[in-house]
Design a protein around this ligand. Structure first.
Ligand code: TRP
Length: 417
């Protein structure tokens, strides 16, 4: 893969803060953005032209290099396409977790979702990889839904709407095909009792000054926002409680979540838990020029609930890296680096060789955008159809996946009986 392919233009999926929330986060000069004018990456804002190598430097994470890939291959016998094509590109302590695994100490996986809208392709990708890891390493998974986070950080969302999205998102999570015996879903507002004891342990060790520096809180942030990070940190330590011994955790997540793990790692050993390890993904471009793939801009996102005709129309209308006319495309070639269709095919459907050919055919003018779009349409329709079929059956499986073994709409009413 050529190095210029590393820098792609994108906007994060589902940026849900309204402008007043943004001010709250941004007006602190110590905010943990990258500090780079060209791009910003925080848990609440991802914008601009991301230079992933620079991001690794700024965040102090590590590139997933060949030695590490070989180590993975030694255990699993292969290298997953998401590692080959560097969709998962950065880590913290992945080597440590793998070494422990080789010594017979199984890790837990932990990932999550902020239920601020319906699920689209960009959300599914890390989950597909998480499922793959679950299968290959035969390990347990905790899946957190931070409905509280989305409520506290988003001025426009009320709990009723968030609950609807949470339910819909749970169906998607189940559709990915995780093993229900080895996967437990935690919905923060429903299952807080599993997290609360750990959250307060974490909270007690993090000062407001650290939280402010890492997350950019200011005097106008609501106090729920300030108190939230330990809730996302808690599942890092829950496996040690469940297993009753120090249990390593590996978190597959987009790199914007790193600040949470940074503060959690800082205090882990003080509390007697292993530092959570991470494997970080890049972001997926939306189907528009620099526009974000967002539930609030449905034309730029391919949702798991979209009908086939809708998928087709969206892809036909998408922005690409192509020239305005066929003649110009033939003469000048397209720009695959900025083309969402190229990237979706690269990440999900093309083999390494097919993607390389597509790249050179596009940039040399041999390939027209219509051809890539039709390849994408042919691939995406059965892919989404398969998820929809599984989604229909997912409702019956909810109980098996919930950490309390109850139905999603079980209100758990308080009573004196
Ligand atoms: N904060 C994440 C979001 O807004 C959700 C989340 C919670 C998460 N725990 C996680 C994501 C663990 C990845 C890994 O989407």
């Amino acid at each position: 893969m050529s190095s210029e392919k590393e820098n792609i233009s994108y906007q994060k999926n589902d940026i849900t803060l309204d402008s007043s929330d943004m001010e709250k986060i941004d007006n602190d000069s110590e905010s943990d953005s990258t500090g780079d004018k060209d791009f910003i990456v925080t848990p609440w804002e991802v914008a601009g032209d991301i230079n992933y190598s620079k991001l690794i430097e700024k965040f102090g994470t590590y590139t997933i290099g060949n030695t590490l890939l070989e180590k993975i291959k030694d255990i699993t016998g292969e290298i997953h396409p998401f590692l080959k094509n560097k969709y998962f590109f950065s880590h913290r302590d992945l080597d440590v977790v793998l070494d422990e695994y080789s010594r017979g100490n199984r890790f837990y996986l932990y990932t999550g979702r902020g239920p601020s809208g319906m699920v689209h392709l960009g959300h599914l990708m890390p989950w597909l990889f998480t499922k793959y890891l679950q299968e290959k390493f035969d390990v347990k998974l905790i899946f957190q839904l931070t409905d509280d986070e989305k409520f506290l950080f988003n001025g426009n969302l009320n709990m009723k709407t968030i609950q609807k999205y949470t339910y819909e998102n749970v169906l998607d999570i189940i559709s990915v095909g995780f093993d229900s015996k080895k996967t437990k879903i935690i919905v923060d507002t429903k299952h807080i009792k599993y997290l609360y004891p750990l959250s307060i342990e974490i909270a007690k060790k993090i000062t407001y000054s650290t939280a402010k520096a890492v997350f950019g809180f200011s005097n106008s942030s609501n106090i729920g926002m300030v108190g939230f990070p330990p809730v996302q940190g808690a599942p890092c330590f829950l496996p040690s409680i469940i297993e009753n011994r120090p249990t390593p955790v590996l978190i597959p997540a987009a790199i914007d979540q790193d600040p949470y793990w940074r503060v959690t790692r800082d205090i882990a050993e003080k509390l007697g838990y292993p530092k959570p390890a991470q494997i970080h993904s890049k972001f997926i471009p939306g189907l528009s020029s620099g526009g974000k793939m967002s539930s609030s801009k449905p034309d730029t996102a391919l949702f798991t609930v979209d009908d086939p005709e809708i998928l087709e129309t969206k892809i036909k209308n998408t922005f690409t890296g192509g020239q305005p006319t066929v003649a110009l495309q033939r003469k000048l070639g397209g720009n695959a680096n900025i083309c969402p269709v190229y990237w979706y095919l690269n990440y999900l459907f093309d083999t390494e060789k097919e993607s390389q050919e597509r790249y050179s055919d596009c940039t040399s003018g041999n390939l027209l955008c219509g051809e890539c779009k039709s390849d994408m349409i042919i691939k995406i329709k059965p892919f989404i159809k398969d998820i929809q079929t599984k989604r229909e059956k997912a409702q019956d499986l909810i109980k098996d996946f919930m950490i309390d073994g109850k139905e999603f709409f079980d209100n758990g009413n308080a009573s004196f009986n």
